[in-house]
Every structure is written in C-alpha cells, then in structure tokens.
Design a protein around this ligand. Structure first.
Ligand code: ADP
Length: 153
C-alpha cells in the first residue's frame, strides 16, 4: 500500500463484502457421532473444523486439535461421542450472513479460531437456538484477499 487512502479504500472494500458472499457449506455431525467417525469426515470432506448439531441446532464446534487430543487419552475413539470433546454453546464464536467480511476476519483473529459458524437465530419454546447455515474460515478470508488483490472481486 502506498498510503492511508489505499488502506481506507481496501478496508471499505472488505466492509462492502458480506459473509454470505464468501461463506462455504458447513460440515455438520450429530452429537452422538464417535470421535473416530468425525476424524473420517474431516478427511473425506477436507475441512479443519466440524460443527455439531442436536435436533438441527448448533451445539458445538470441533477442531483438528480437539480430535488429536482425544486420540491421546488412551480411550477407544469409536466409543467416545464428539459431544464429550467439542467446544460447546454458549462458548461458540459465531457470525451472521449480513456481517461484513472484515467483522468476520476480526472475530477469527481476536478469538484465535480457524473458522466461524454462520448462524441464524431462531426462538424455539422461548429459547434462542442457533442454526448453522454456513462457515467462514481463514481460507475464505484468504481467498477473498487474493481476489481483491487480483481485482476479481
Ligand atoms: P485447531 O485447534 O485445530 O488449531 P482452532 O484454532 O479453530 O483449530 O481451534 C482452537 C480451539 O477453539 C478448539 O478447542 C476448538 O474447539 C475451538 N473453536 C474452534 N472454532 C471455534 C469457534 N468458532 N468458537 C469457539 N471455539 C472454537
């Protein structure tokens, strides 16, 4: 960047792009799924983070390191459900489809996570529930940066 104006222009550009423009399809498993099967999904779907849902609602997030840690404990990973090792709601950092790309990127950096579930809030029996409709990861943000720099976005 040659100066302040360029940086301002770039940050304006980042803010003009919505999460819904850059999000990917999330990989979601149910909370009874074994750690073994989640590891298999991680390879088959080629992702680093998997979301966990119960009755269609987001209840947890599981990362590569969570799964690696679970394999070190000496337990039979065929018998350990993912619910035992996931990061659970309400500790999940989320975004919504109308957030801008910079807001999502800042959340990823500030909370030191690789990805955020894109959620819709639904009130069910007077309780707020989250539905995961997408995923924004460091890869989505990096792809966006490359597109912006190539002038393709
Ligand atoms: P890794 O553990 O593979 O480096 P992350 O940095 O994304 O991947 O995960 C670090 C920790 O944060 C893990 O315990 C994971 O469960 C948790 N985590 C990942 N994504 C989120 C999120 N969006 N909100 C809250 N916790 C998360």
């Amino acid at each position: 960047f040659s100066g302040k104006t360029d940086i301002n222009l770039f940050s304006q550009e980042m803010k003009s792009i919505r999460v819904s423009d850059i999000m990917s399809v999330p990989v979601i498993v149910s909370e009874e799924t074994s750690v073994y099967d989640v590891i298999v999904s991680l390879f088959l779907e080629d992702v680093g983070t998997i979301f966990v849902a119960s009755k269609g609602f987001l209840v947890g997030v599981v990362s590569r390191k969570d799964l690696l840690k679970a394999t070190l404990g000496g337990n039979d990973i065929n018998k350990v459900p993912v619910a035992m090792i996931m990061t659970r709601s309400p500790n999940i950092v989320t975004t919504i489809k109308d957030d801008n790309a910079l807001t999502a990127a800042v959340k990823i950096i500030d909370h030191e996570v690789d990805s955020l579930p894109v959620v819709e809030r639904i009130i069910k029996d007077g309780k707020e529930c989250l539905k995961a409709i997408g995923k924004v990861s460091k890869s989505n943000i990096t792809k966006l940066l490359v597109e912006l720099c190539r002038g393709g976005a």
